[in-house]
Write a protein that binds this ligand. Structure first.
Ligand SMILES: [Zn+2]
Length: 274
């Protein structure tokens, strides 16, 4: 009886040990690559549309449009898709599919496409990702699929997604994409009803917080600035506050996606941050 029990204990311990070893080996490598998805042709006077409190007098900034590729083990995720090439003066000259080809990734290898929000400059190149699950804040998805979508919701960008009944996961809460805390879609509503940001935890660089449009440029992040075009002011302020707390707590690098000054925080394409 006693012998049987001790054998059982040995068995359990061995199992535990195998489990611990497997866990020690298993963290998937995570990398983050910025993909250029457009540049403003001229500087924007940000005092005009990007402040509801008459801030940023005479401040002119050239906006950039950023997309990102996240590699987690053998899986790929794309975050934001920019404008479609040729669609307007801000659009990129080279599309995201050609950029991915440069790093030897095909669109069907992309398992997840996350978008920060439904505006056209983030949703112009969704169509190629036929096998991906789309992560979109529920508040934004409700607008895209509404018979009367709100102004600014780029319904056309989602056409193939809707027509072909592709996989969609509307998010009402944060989403731990790979189940290991390495990539988390964060609820940061306000700019739009279902706006999201993305936290990517990298081994060497540490955590990186991709802003989406919760903020548009440094001055606006630092002083809690809200654009004149905005869905919900109180939510936007609360989301900026949430971002700041996360940044402080996990010591994250904030990357403001539209701010040219943040491009250099990640290695230049095709290199990846690790
Ligand atoms: Zn936007």
């Amino acid at each position: 009886m006693l012998r049987g029990l001790s054998l059982l204990v040995v068995g359990v311990c061995a199992n535990l040990l195998v489990g611990v070893v497997a866990l020690a080996q298993s963290p998937a490598e995570v990398t983050l690559t910025r993909i250029d998805c457009g540049t403003g042709p001229t500087p924007t006077d940000v005092g005009q549309r990007f402040s509801d409190t008459f801030a940023y007098k005479d401040l002119k900034l050239t906006f950039t449009f950023s997309c990102y590729l996240i590699k987690h083990g053998d899986d790929y995720m794309v975050w934001d898709t920019g404008f479609a090439p040729g669609s307007n003066p801000n659009a990129p000259k080279v599309g995201i599919v050609d950029r991915l080809k440069e790093v030897r990734v095909t669109p069907d290898q992309v398992k997840f496409v996350g978008i920060s929000h439904f505006h056209a400059d983030h949703t112009g190149q969704l169509a190629p990702f036929t096998s991906a699950t789309l992560f979109i804040g529920k508040g934004d998805w409700d607008q895209i699929t509404s018979p009367t979508p709100m102004q600014g919701a780029n319904v056309a960008g989602f056409k193939s997604w809707i027509d072909e009944k592709r996989k969609v996961e509307p998010l009402a809460a944060d989403k731990d994409v790979f189940g290991d805390g390495s990539v988390i879609v964060l609820r940061t509503p306000g700019h739009t009803p279902g706006h999201s940001s993305l936290l990517v935890r990298l081994k060497d660089m540490g955590p990186v917080l991709l802003s989406g449009d919760a903020v548009h440029f440094h001055e606006n992040y630092e002083k809690d600035g809200v654009p004149a075009f905005n869905y919900d002011r109180a939510q936007t302020i609360a989301s900026i506050e949430r971002m700041k707390q996360i940044v402080g707590n996990v010591k994250a690098t904030v990357i403001i996606q539209h701010d040219m000054r943040d491009i250099g925080k990640l290695p230049a394409f095709p290199a990846a941050a690790k």
